[in-house]
Design a protein around this ligand. Structure first.
Ligand SMILES: Cc1cc2nc3c(=O)[nH]c(=O)nc-3n(C[C@H](O)[C@H](O)[C@H](O)COP(=O)(O)OP(=O)(O)OC[C@H]3O[C@@H](n4cnc5c(N)ncnc54)[C@H](O)[C@@H]3O)c2cc1C
Length: 431
């Protein structure tokens, strides 16, 4: 029988909290240390793809998440930047029909709030205002302020892109993303837009504009009834993992001055104090996700932060949560931790790193200036459903398909069954 472990998770984001819930399911004692005093209300919408909703449903969260899931009734539209021409449209429930599990969209804040509530109800201890400054990889133990420390059987680093734990395990806390993209973020009150016939269509569906700069407009009724709009720019604006910086609204308006008139009109409603800027960032590959001692492991953005174009940041953290708990459950004693954690790394690393790479390639594809490559992309969007796997026979895709425009790539991303895959791989790796 697997040992019941005393586990510290550093970071109460989506990866840390879903892992806390997952580890509790097997009877482990779990403490989450979060540096902020409460879940942060910042951040835009989070898309939870069917590969992740499958996991949350298995954790018993269907009802609570479906109440919170806030996608508006309208379609998701993919548009041309210059004039808003619709290249393709799809309904969210088309994804459910194809992949067998729903696709949820919620504000990041709401997802975190739900996960934190459920974790606490199930016996997880969350300590807020508990910033971790360092880790003893051998004991293992984490160091908090005023010289205090906490020991555990296992430390899980879920502390996001600026991870302290990564610095200790892999030696690369300081990083500079290779991403050339900045992201301005503004919430617009939906009631204001609904009273203007030139922009009220934006509140009835979600919209993506592809072009030399991109725009993503997602309705978030759960977040003060706002339309959240991300304006992606090719620029060195914004800082990695820094979500509180105000952006220069006038500069943003200049950058989008020749864009779809609907976007120019939308920007007349923007207020400077609501305009934030951050950097779209990912991480270079990290050689090891597990400390040599086999007592500290990293998950989520701490080890595989990816660009938003791939739409998988939160969903990959949620897959980590399922896989990690299953691997730990395969240990016969605490001495097996290095072995099962290396199995976790072996199972998760190639898939997460493929997503990181896809994020880079898809960003290039989304940000194309007008020209031959842009025309090919737009023709592809018109002729193939962008998020649907044309020609897929429904069988599980274990390995990433080759080629940038391979329709099977979405079957690999969204139909992936992390429970079944982990079980099969573990049987192989631990025999
Ligand atoms: C404020 C914020 C806003 C975001 N907004 C968006 C968005 O609009 N769109 C999007 O796609 N993605 C956004 N993200 C990223 C997205 O949430 C993640 O990609 C995804 O959810 C994976 O989450 P994670 O738990 O691995 O990392 P994160 O969400 O970064 O969570 C890490 C957690 O660890 C905590 N932490 C960090 N260092 C320490 C420490 N030393 N000690 C204790 N706790 C620590 C952080 O406060 C945070 O709660 C945002 C992240 C943050 C933190």
């Amino acid at each position: 029988m697997a040992p019941k472990l005393n586990i510290i998770i550093v970071g109460g984001g989506i990866a840390g909290l879903s892992t806390a819930i997952s580890l509790r399911r097997y009877g482990n004692t779990v403490t989450v240390l979060e540096r902020h005093s409460c879940p942060q209300a910042l951040g835009g919408p989070i898309g939870l793809t069917p590969n992740a909703t499958r996991v949350l449903i298995e954790y018993g969260l269907r009802e609570v998440m479906e109440k919170a899931h806030v996608a508006v009734e309208g379609e998701i539209n993919f548009r041309r930047w210059a004039n808003g021409e619709v290249l393709d449209s799809m309904r969210r429930d088309e994804l459910t029909e194809v992949y067998g599990f729903p696709s949820w969209s919620c504000s990041r804040f709401k997802v975190q709030e739900i996960l934190a509530d459920v974790a606490v109800q199930r016996g997880v201890k969350i300590i807020f205002s508990a910033q971790v400054f360092g880790v003893d990889l051998e004991k293992p133990a984490v160091f908090l302020k005023h010289g205090t420390s906490m020991e555990a059987d296992l430390v899980v680093g879920a502390d996001g892109i600026r991870s302290v734990i990564r610095g200790a395990v892999a030696g690369n806390t300081e990083f500079k993303t290779s991403s050339p993209y900045g992201s301005y973020n503004i919430d617009f009150p939906r009631s204001l837009l609904q009273s203007d016939p030139e922009v009220d269509y934006l509140t009835r569906g979600d919209n993506f504009w592809f072009g030399p700069q991109i725009v993503v407009a997602i309705n978030m009724p759960d977040h003060g009834d706002n339309l959240n709009v991300a304006f992606g720019t090719v620029s060195d604006d914004g800082q990695e993992g820094e979500w509180h910086t105000h952006g220069d609204l006038e500069k943003l308006k200049d950058t989008f001055a020749d864009y779809d008139p609907g976007i120019i009109k939308l920007l007349t409603y923007a207020k400077a104090e609501d305009c934030y800027i951050w950097r779209q960032s990912d991480l270079p590959h990290t050689d090891h996700w597990v400390s040599k001692s086999g007592r500290v492991v990293m998950i989520g953005d701490a080890v595989h932060a990816m660009l938003p174009a791939v739409g998988m940041g939160a969903s990959q953290g949620i897959e980590d949560s399922a896989c990690l708990a299953m691997c730990l459950e395969a240990a016969q004693s605490i001495h097996d931790l290095p072995k099962v954690l290396h199995a976790f790394e072996t199972i998760r690393k190639p898939r997460a790193e493929w997503m990181v790479q896809r994020g880079r390639e898809e960003s290039v594809g989304f940000f194309l200036p007008d020209g031959e490559a842009q025309q090919q992309r737009d023709a592809y969007i018109k002729n193939n459903r962008l998020w649907l796997p044309t020609g897929w026979d429904g069988s599980h895709v274990d390995e990433p398909p080759e080629g940038q425009f391979n329709p099977l790539s979405h079957a690999y991303r969204q139909a992936f069954n992390i429970f079944d895959y982990t079980e099969r791989r573990l049987a192989d790796l631990l025999k």
